[in-house]
Write a protein that binds this ligand. Sequence first.
Ligand SMILES: Cc1cc2nc3c(=O)[nH]c(=O)nc-3n(C[C@H](O)[C@H](O)[C@H](O)COP(=O)(O)OP(=O)(O)OC[C@H]3O[C@@H](n4cnc5c(N)ncnc54)[C@H](O)[C@@H]3O)c2cc1C
Length: 386
Amino acid sequence: MENYKCKSVGIIGSGIQGVCIGLQLIKKGIPVTLFDRHDPLSSEYKPASYGNAGHFSPYAVLQFNRPDILNDVPKMILSSYGPLALKWNYIPKMIKWFVHYFKNCNEKSMLHTAKYMHQILSLSNDAYEEIFQEIDTSGLIEKKGIIYVWTNKNLKSRKLEIKVRNDLGIEQKLLTQKEVLKLEPNLKPVFDAGVIYESAMHARDPHGILKQIFKLYLKKGGKFIQTNIKNIEQLTINETVIRSENEEYKFEKSVIASGAFSKKLTDQLGENIPLDTERGYHVHFKGQENLISRPVIFLDRGFGMTPMNQGLRAVGTVELGGLKNPPSEKRIKYIINCAKELLPQLGKHEDEWLGFRPTLPDFLPILGPSLKNKNIIYAFGHQHLG
Ligand SMILES: Cc1cc2nc3c(=O)[nH]c(=O)nc-3n(C[C@H](O)[C@H](O)[C@H](O)COP(=O)(O)OP(=O)(O)OC[C@H]3O[C@@H](n4cnc5c(N)ncnc54)[C@H](O)[C@@H]3O)c2cc1C
């Protein structure tokens, strides 16, 4: 076993997960082929890894499987001005996801998720730093911390978040309204208090970072094939096959890193994994990125703004509606209204974008071999934390 070295790996998906896995394997001398229906270097490339909020957020251990928000869910869904929305035609398809979600919406599961996300996230910044030493990150990353603000309406939830982070030893600095305004003087004081994660960094261009990592992967000998993958199968103990419409490609091991689209492939393997998507949106306010110096998230609204090279990116909300429903104009309007609530001086927006967070009901990613096919490795379900 000691001298064992994998002979070849195929990876489906060149989002941030796929390219990082590909790069690490190539660095170990293993031949790798990445597959994606879009070329990561092209302007058509717009998956979650392109349009996210750009936070590197190792503190974000709590997600939505929490008992404190359960009572508010119906109210949030029924309100057209809330952070959570449903595409009603999709509810029947999501019943299994909801059943698992409610099972995981208790204090024990919440703390389980927080503990394991903390383990993963504690390693993530060092892992990114290692990659950043090998790529040109100039103009792509800033280290100015990340601010969250809130009103006094949901203080019970805020107190819970602060406690869980304190218990896990996560660095956080609470701020009064005045202290937030000192750091971000252009904000309208519609919030009561906040927190800053001072050592957090943010991307000025998540797609730009991904492109640099992808180029490094190619430079080190990684292969890329632009095609839509239809099927994956483990043929023997040391052979897997990845099939497109017209071709098949054989590898010793294959990785499914296809984000929210991974379920289509895992269903074929007979593993009925309750992966679904939390849809999220962004718009850009071009030339207005200097209104804030760092990302600001308004927790009551489930939305945030990040200064990026493309402009001020207003981004967020969670919409449960699957991969096929069209974008919701109402959600875009919601984000624009939220942005203007904090920064009334904002002008016209551009670039409306819908993205798909890959989310499991317990808000933990699946990382490791498939139960039924040991040579097929899963790497998806990174929800709000790619
Ligand atoms: C609105 C929003 C804001 C977010 N903000 C943040 C944030 O601030 N910080 C953070 O860390 N995370 C954030 N996230 C989450 C993060 O973006 C995702 O968790 C992460 O990008 C997922 O990466 P991935 O590689 O798994 O999937 P993706 O980026 O979705 O990539 C999957 C790739 O697989 C390809 N693919 C899928 N199926 C096939 C197939 N059959 N054949 C060929 N190719 C295929 C797709 O084309 C795509 O390129 C946010 C997400 C959204 C939507």
